[in-house]
Ligand binder design. Structure first.
Ligand SMILES: Cc1cc2nc3c(=O)[nH]c(=O)nc-3n(C[C@H](O)[C@H](O)[C@H](O)COP(=O)(O)OP(=O)(O)OC[C@H]3O[C@@H](n4cnc5c(N)ncnc54)[C@H](O)[C@@H]3O)c2cc1C
Length: 434
């Protein structure tokens, strides 16, 4: 049987190969880099595991948890129970459980109107948590009601400078003035659902298992998806042997939307859909210190608007000496091109204003994500319909990625599973007819 060619060895690409293998279908993954994991990669250096993107998962995610079971990965570490946000120049706790039950301290910091808006927003998300995802019709209702304006136009200034900025920065690496409420509703719906953990030893252990038995060609950049007469015919590749074309009649793209845009020519409405998806760049800095940096019950800090540092957390609850600084948001974008050393210094300076660092650096790892996190698009449900309709015009092409079912590892796996189902659907229909 001809293998399915997959572009990209991130969670979406590895997941695609996994769901194909479950059906006995071979695949070849083309990966431009030298390791698996993409924006959820785990770089190991000696005893340290530097997770440079996605790492935390919810116990409420069906596909991710089923795979953990299948791979025998049963040791987890708890994620921090909440965040501290800089609000009115103070560190205010935003704990998931307390916030959902109405936290008086937070309410007084937000003011009565902001507190009421936040409470109503969260309770809607909580009530409808199981139906708020990019496959349910309910999200379309949210889009219709809210997506005519960005987040900052709907809520009070204090709310946008505090908790909703936290949602925006984590959800899209962007400011409330750059994102739309449907995306935030999606984040809020996961806020109180399930418990959040990380894989002990790092997310790399999950990727290793997912990559086992798969054919992965590292250092292989796909330059173009070739088509002939409305059908995929091959891939133009560039690797150490130079540029060449390999024949392929079934291809699943598992690269971000802005990369796919350059690889294939879709009908105009599909190009418009791809262009409307926003990705905001960010840098992720892991620093291991020789002594605890977080203390006094603080495990994670979200900084104020205008700070170059978006947020940062202790890598794990029990490792307050390992800090993950995320430089995201508008002010961060102005400095992302500076050297690694400068970024680390800026991150530490911002942090020290809230909590002085009295420790020495032992290890530093800086990763830049030029595409960052997908910030989706207003009225995304329509965008997704247009995009899938455009992809459907090319027989043998399917798409998976963080821009389809939510930009979490679960969202990526869901998109991978659905891409495989769509790719195989016509063949099944033909064989039934035959
Ligand atoms: C800082 C940060 C924190 C996050 N935290 C979480 C979290 O805690 N939990 C969670 O669930 N999610 C989190 N996410 C989101 C999650 O990491 C991403 O949604 C997910 O990793 C995206 O995976 P992907 O496979 O779709 O894309 P990618 O990971 O981008 O994979 C695409 C792959 O394709 C390769 N590629 C690109 N172009 C080509 C080409 N032309 N030819 C061949 N290969 C190519 C790339 O090198 C890459 O390996 C976070 C993301 C970031 C950035």
């Amino acid at each position: 049987m001809d293998p399915v060619h997959i572009i990209g060895a991130g969670v979406s690409g590895l997941g695609t190969a996994h769901f194909l293998a479950k059906r006995g279908i071979p695949s070849i993954i083309h990966e431009v880099g030298e390791h698996v994991g993409g924006r959820a990669a785990c770089i190991r250096q000696g005893e340290h595991a530097f997770e440079i993107g996605g790492k935390n998962f919810s116990s409420a995610w069906p596909r991710f948890n089923a795979m953990l079971d299948e791979f025998g990965l049963t040791e987890f570490e708890d994620q921090h129970p909440g965040f501290h946000i800089v609000l009115n120049d103070q560190l205010v706790a935003l704990e998931k459980s307390k916030t959902l039950n109405g936290d008086l301290r937070l309410a007084s910091a937000l003011g009565p109107r902001g507190a009421l808006q936040f409470r109503n927003f969260l309770s809607y998300a909580k009530r409808n948590a199981d139906r708020l995802n990019y496959s349910s019709g309910l999200i379309e209702q949210v889009e219709k009601q809210w997506d005519h304006a960005t987040i900052d136009k709907h809520f009070t200034k204090k709310l946008c400078a505090g908790p909703l900025r936290l949602f925006s920065i984590i959800m899209g690496g962007a400011e409330p003035s750059e994102l739309y409420p449907s995306l935030m509703m999606l984040f809020a719906s996961g806020f109180g659902k399930g418990s959040h953990h990380a894989v002990a030893g790092g997310i790399g252990r999950f990727h290793d298992r997912l990559a086992e038995g798969k054919t992965i060609r590292f250092g292989s950049r796909v330059k173009q998806i070739m088509t002939y007469d409305g059908h995929v015919s091959g891939l133009m590749l560039e690797d150490e042997d130079g540029a060449r074309m390999v024949p392929a009649n079934r291809v699943i793209s598992a690269v971000p939307a802005h990369v796919l845009r350059q690889l294939v020519t879709l009908p105009a409405y599909g190009r418009v859909a791809l262009d409307s998806l926003r990705y905001f760049p960010l840098a992720l800095i892991n620093v291991v210190y020789d002594a605890p940096v977080f203390r006094d019950g603080v495990h994670s800090i979200m900084f104020e608007p205008g700070a170059p540092l978006g947020h940062c957390s202790a890598n794990r609850l029990h490792s307050p000496h390992h800090v993950r600084f995320t430089m995201s948001g508008k002010a961060a974008r102005d400095i992302l091109d500076r050297s690694d050393a400068e970024l680390v210094q800026i991150a530490e300076d911002s942090f020290s204003k809230r909590m002085p660092i009295d420790a020495k650096r032992l290890k530093v790892h800086v990763a830049r994500h030029t595409g960052g996190i997908c910030g989706y698009a207003p009225h995304f449900t329509q965008v997704k319909r247009d995009l899938l309709r455009a992809v459907e015009t090319l027989q043998g092409l399917e798409v998976a990625g963080d821009y389809l079912e939510g930009h979490t590892m679960e969202g990526c796996l869901t998109s991978a599973d659905l891409a495989v189902q769509r790719l195989l659907a016509p063949a099944t229909r033909t064989s039934v007819a035959a």
